[in-house]
Design a protein around this ligand. Structure first.
Ligand SMILES: NC(=O)c1ccc[n+]([C@@H]2O[C@H](COP(=O)([O-])OP(=O)(O)OC[C@H]3O[C@@H](n4cnc5c(N)ncnc54)[C@H](O)[C@@H]3O)[C@@H](O)[C@H]2O)c1
Ligand SMILES: Nc1ncnc2c1ncn2[C@@H]1O[C@H](COP(=O)(O)OP(=O)(O)O)[C@@H](O)[C@H]1O
Ligand SMILES: O=C(O)C1=C[C@@H](OP(=O)(O)O)[C@@H](O)[C@H](O)C1
Length: 542
């Protein structure tokens, strides 16, 4: 409905979990209004809840509660906490499901049962606990916990935390952005983006795995330490596996070493893998997950911008061989991706900038708003400094860029997991880009090579009459303003052409490219005129 307001988040949980206290604190931190369903009910009824229960009984209370909650779901734009029993009412469950489908967040605020029970008993005023309060609380917990898990799409554990610490965590979870990846051949999963989202590891892994192999590089130890602690706290038997950094980790020898360890340490099909690091680490971890016992559960925790926007999502896993990069692998989707922006605090500037190459590519092929944002914030993005990033305004900009880029990727992957057609559009800029990477012996970073490749593809689009010179110039000026390269002059045309013929889009001896029909509308180009293909190359050599 146009103009409809809806809550930023709805909090559910057991009596005494802290829905009111912690919810109010988080709302204050976020400068949002707060509402508590019980207060609204008391206001409507003109009496306190215990009195209402006594006069009219529980069924009447639930009816009133449902009316109030459903109204608020359509007319309140702050943080809204429900009474403990509200999510058990079918009409409220239906309202919450619609709210989630519309992009809402229903947060199950979890607390240590002992702590919550003790707090709920304090102060009285809870008619559901009349009689033996502890016994009543425990019985309700047993009934309600499975329902809460089902109706919420976000869980926040507050065990042993002060209201302030719990509120900060709640705020982080509310602030996160979620891109849902689905498709006819994909088991649906979420990409969660935001500071602190790694704390959802256990939720995404689920309770089936007993053992978890945490695959990471030394370079991201600070973040793997955190993941290990979170996993241990959740009761998993964690096996730490350190792999060589970057491309050196994507080899059959490294994969073999991990298979050996998984075998020796008794990993079964119900156990799981967590891949944490840049795209190289998540590619390798995914490959091991796809192959061990023919496929076990895995979760990606990308730590570089490129891995967050691209490598960790979409289910392409793999290793390099002497014949080339990514030639051996499998399409195998993760159970979830946790893009914890806290990890960007340690990311070097040049690796951050490289990731922007793929971000810009997604703008060119589908989402011009990405390009506008890159333009508006080019200077801040170019001078990215991890040590100040998390406290800067740039954080929200980057979060939105990640969300938009992942959305572009999810759109293509959902329709075409195995790259039969539509998914190839994600390859804009990659035909020349891959050739440059190879001729530079992979000393050029992928995102940088893609940036030059995008300029090349734009030149080709222009030479064939699809786009005007202004759009080609725009490619150069935008990418250049971000600190990305737009030209390359370190190889012969013959070598480049030979490599482009080996691109995975090529068919037989025909070259195939992705070019732009217009901004935001990529098209396939098959067997283009040889002179245009060469002339476009001449133009990026300048
Ligand atoms: N599967 C896919 O769909 C897909 C898509 C694009 C790229 N890739 C692959 O991804 C890889 C490139 O990814 P990448 O650019 O992340 O490279 P990378 O994994 O080599 O990481 C780059 C460097 O940054 C370091 N690093 C990562 N996160 C860090 C952090 N938070 N703090 C400090 N250092 C950090 C890494 O240790 C490494 O040294 C390539 O192997 C490429 O083939 C895969
Ligand atoms: N994390 C916490 N640590 C300590 N006390 C808490 C915490 N969360 C809530 N409380 C206290 O416990 C009591 C019950 O909390 P409340 O927010 O009313 O729970 P709910 O709304 O979930 O029933 C209140 O006195 C509150 O101040
Ligand atoms: O658990 C319940 O059924 C109830 C919980 C209370 O809210 P809190 O969970 O905020 O105490 C309040 O709605 C009413 O007493 C019923």
């Amino acid at each position: 409905m146009a103009g409809m307001r809806r809550p930023v988040a709805v909090i559910i949980g057991m009596m005494g979990a802290g829905k009111t206290r912690v919810g109010k604190e988080a709302a204050q931190m976020m400068q949002l209004p707060f509402a508590d369903a019980d207060n609204e009910i008391e206001h409507d009824a003109g009496m306190k809840i215990p009195e209402y229960f006594e006069r009219y009984g529980e069924p009447e209370f639930r009816k009133l509660e449902s009316d109030v909650v459903l109204d608020m779901l359509e007319d309140f734009d702050g943080i809204f906490s429900l009474g403990g029993g509200a999510p058990m009412t079918p009409s409220i469950q239906q309202g919450l499901a619609e709210y989630i489908a519309d992009g809402g967040k229903v947060v199950y605020l979890m607390a240590d049962p002992k702590e919550a029970m003790e707090r709920a008993n304090r102060g009285g005023g809870r008619p559901m606990l009349n009689g033996d309060a502890n016994e009543r609380w425990k019985k309700l917990y047993k009934e309600r916990d499975p329902v809460f898990r089902r109706v919420a799409n976000v869980q926040v554990r507050t065990h042993g935390q002060t209201p302030q610490v719990a509120a900060r965590k709640l705020m982080e979870m509310i602030d996160q952005r979620i891109v849902h990846v689905t498709g006819s051949t994909i088991e649906p999963y979420d990409v969660c983006i935001g500071e602190g989202v790694m704390s959802q590891l256990a939720q995404v892994l689920g309770d089936k795995p007993a053992k978890v192999a945490l695959i990471h590089t030394q370079a991201v130890q600070r973040h793997s330490d955190r993941a290990r602690t979170l996993l241990r706290q959740s009761g998993y038997d964690v096996h730490d596996i350190v792999i060589p950094d970057a491309e050196a980790g994507k080899t059959i020898e490294v994969a073999n070493g991990i298979w050996q360890r998984l075998g020796e340490e008794g990993f079964t099909r119900s156990d799981a893998i967590v891949g944490l690091g840049g795209g190289a680490a998540t590619d390798l971890a995914g490959f091991v997950a796809a192959t061990w016992m023919r496929g076990i559960r895995y979760v990606n925790c990308p730590t570089s911008l490129l891995a967050m926007v691209d490598a960790s999502t979409g289910g392409k896993t793999g290793i390099n061989t002497p014949q080339g990069k990514n030639l051996v692998g499998s399409f195998y989707t993760p159970a979830g991706v946790l893009a914890d922006m806290g990890a960007l605090a340690s990311l070097p500037n040049d690796i951050f900038i490289e990731g922007l190459g793929e971000v810009a590519k997604s703008g060119f092929i589908m989402d011009p708003e990405i390009l506008r944002m890159l333009e508006d914030h080019a200077d801040e993005l170019r001078s990215f400094d991890g040590s100040t990033f998390l406290d800067s305004d740039l954080k929200d900009v980057v979060a939105e860029l990640i969300e938009r880029t992942v959305t572009v990727k999810a759109y293509h992957v959902s329709a075409d997991l195995k790259e039969a057609g539509l998914r190839e559009f994600l390859n804009y800029g990659h035909t020349l880009g891959h050739a440059i990477e190879k001729l530079e012996h992979f000393r050029w970073r992928h995102g940088n090579a893609v940036a030059v490749g995008c300029v090349y593809a734009a030149e080709l689009s222009h030479l064939l009459g699809y786009i005007d010179q202004d759009l080609v110039d725009y490619h150069r000026s935008l990418l250049g303003s971000l600190g990305l390269p737009t030209s390359w002059n370190n190889g012969s045309w013959d070598d480049v052409l030979a490599l482009m013929h080996r691109d995975k889009k090529a068919r037989g001896n025909k070259l195939r490219f992705v070019i732009l029909g217009s901004l935001g509308h990529p098209i396939h180009l098959e067997d283009p005129p040889a002179d245009a293909v060469e002339e476009a190359f001449r133009r990026i050599q300048r």
